[in-house]
Design a protein around this ligand. Structure first.
Ligand SMILES: [Zn+2]
Length: 337
C-alpha cells in the first residue's frame, strides 16, 4: 500500500510543479494551494492512520517532505504574482483613458474663431476700459446729452451723469481714432453692461465685438464684403446673409444684418420666430459727426462700423436656446458641444 502512495505523491509533486508554472494569476495559485496543500495532505494523513508502525515512520517522513515541498513551491508562486500586482499599481499609463482634460469655455472658443477670421482680413485687436465716461460712451458717438437714442441702452451709472459702465465697446473705437491717423482697421472685443433682468435671452453683462474700418474710399460695398465673408467663415458657405435698413446714431446709413436660421435652415422655427432669419449684427457707414469729432476729415475719409453680441451668436453657433446656459457651466452640456 505504501509503495502506491509513494508513487502517487511523486506524481502529485510533478503535477503541482507544472500546474504552478502555468498558473495565470494569484487566484489559480490559491486554488492549487487548497487542492494540494490542504485536501491532498489531509487525505494522506488519513491514509497514515491505517498504516503499520514501521510504515508510519517512513511514510510520515515522505508526507512531511511533500508538504514542505508544496508549501515552498506555492510560496514562490504567490510571491511572483504579488510582486507583479504591486508593480502594476505604479503603472502611470494605466488610467490614461479615464482622465478628461479641461478645455476652453465655448464662448472663448467661438471668440477665438471670430478673432482669427478678422485678423486674417487684416484687423488689429484693440481693448479699452470697462469703466467709461459719458464722453466716450455717448457724446463722441453722436449721442449728445438728452438725445432720445440714449434710451436704447439702459446704462449702469457709477456716478451720474459722467462715469458709467460702458454699454458698448464703441467707446474703444473713439479712443483708437483719437490716437491713430487713418487708415484704421480694428476690432474691439470686451464685456459690456446694460440694465437688464436675467431671462432666457438677456443678461446684464455680455460680450460684444465691434469693428471699425476708416480709410479713403471706403464704401458700403466694403462693409458688405467683410461681413458676408465673416459670417460664411464662421457658419459655413451655405449660410444666407441679408442687410436691411436700421437706425444707429453713430452710423448713416445703418443696416441690421440677418443670417439664415442655423436651427431650421431658413424654414422657420421657434428660435427665428418663424421668419427663417436671425439678426446677428448691427452695422453702417460711420456718421460724419463721429469722424469730425475725433479730428478726421470726413470729406477725405469714410468708414464703416459693426457690432455683434457674442452671446447671441453663440446661441446660433452651438444651437442653444437660452443665453444663461452659457454661464451655468453645466459640464455635461459643454461635453456635447
Ligand atoms: Zn429657425
Amino acid at each position: 500500500m505504501s509503495a502506491e502512495i509513494i508513487k502517487d505523491i511523486e506524481n502529485k509533486k510533478t503535477e503541482l510543479e507544472s500546474l504552478l508554472k502555468n498558473a495565470k494569476d494569484l487566484k489559480e495559485v490559491s486554488s492549487l494551494k487548497i487542492e494540494y496543500l490542504k485536501k491532498y495532505v489531509k487525505s494522506l494523513y488519513s491514509e497514515l492512520k491505517n498504516a503499520s508502525v514501521e510504515e508510519k515512520k517512513s511514510l510520515g517522513k515522505i508526507i512531511n517532505d511533500f508538504k514542505n515541498f508544496a508549501e515552498e513551491k506555492i510560496k514562490e508562486a504567490e510571491a511572483k504574482y504579488k510582486q507583479e500586482k504591486s508593480a502594476a499599481k505604479y503603472d502611470v499609463t494605466i488610467f490614461k483613458d479615464s482622465i478628461r482634460l479641461g478645455s476652453m469655455h465655448p464662448l472663448t472658443k467661438l471668440y477665438k474663431k471670430i478673432e482669427k477670421v478678422f485678423v486674417g482680413m487684416g484687423f488689429s485687436v484693440v481693448q479699452g476700459p470697462e469703466i467709461e465716461t459719458d464722453k466716450y460712451n455717448f457724446e463722441k458717438l453722436n449721442l449728445p446729452p438728452h438725445h432720445p437714442a440714449r434710451d436704447m441702452q439702459d446704462t449702469f451709472y457709477i456716478s451720474a451723469p459722467n462715469v458709467l459702465l460702458r454699454s458698448h465697446t464703441s467707446s474703444v473705437q473713439i479712443r483708437t481714432m483719437e490716437k491713430l491717423k487713418p487708415p484704421v482697421q480694428i476690432i474691439s472685443p470686451g464685456t459690456v453692461y446694460r440694465v437688464d433682468d436675467i431671462d432666457p435671452q438677456h443678461t446684464p453683462m455680455f460680450y460684444q465685438i465691434e469693428g471699425l474700418v476708416v480709410a479713403e474710399k471706403i464704401s458700403f460695398a466694403n462693409l458688405k464684403a467683410v461681413l458676408i465673408k465673416f459670417l460664411k467663415e464662421v457658419f459655413g458657405d451655405e449660410v444666407g446673409v441679408r442687410f436691411r435698413p436700421s437706425y444707429y446714431p453713430y452710423t448713416e446709413p445703418s443696416a441690421a444684418v440677418d443670417m439664415s436660421c442655423t436651427k431650421c435652415g431658413g424654414k422657420g422655427c421657434k428660435t427665428c420666430r418663424n421668419t427663417g432669419w436671425i439678426t446677428v449684427l448691427g452695422s453702417g457707414m460711420v456718421h460724419p459727426n463721429v469722424l469730425e469729432g475725433v479730428g478726421y476729415d470726413s470729406k477725405k475719409y469714410t468708414g464703416f462700423a459693426f457690432g455683434l453680441g457674442l452671446n447671441r451668436l453663440a446661441l446660433a453657433y452651438y444651437n442653444l436656446d437660452e443665453i444663461r446656459k452659457l454661464y451655468e457651466n453645466d459640464i455635461s452640456l459643454w461635453r456635447q458641444i
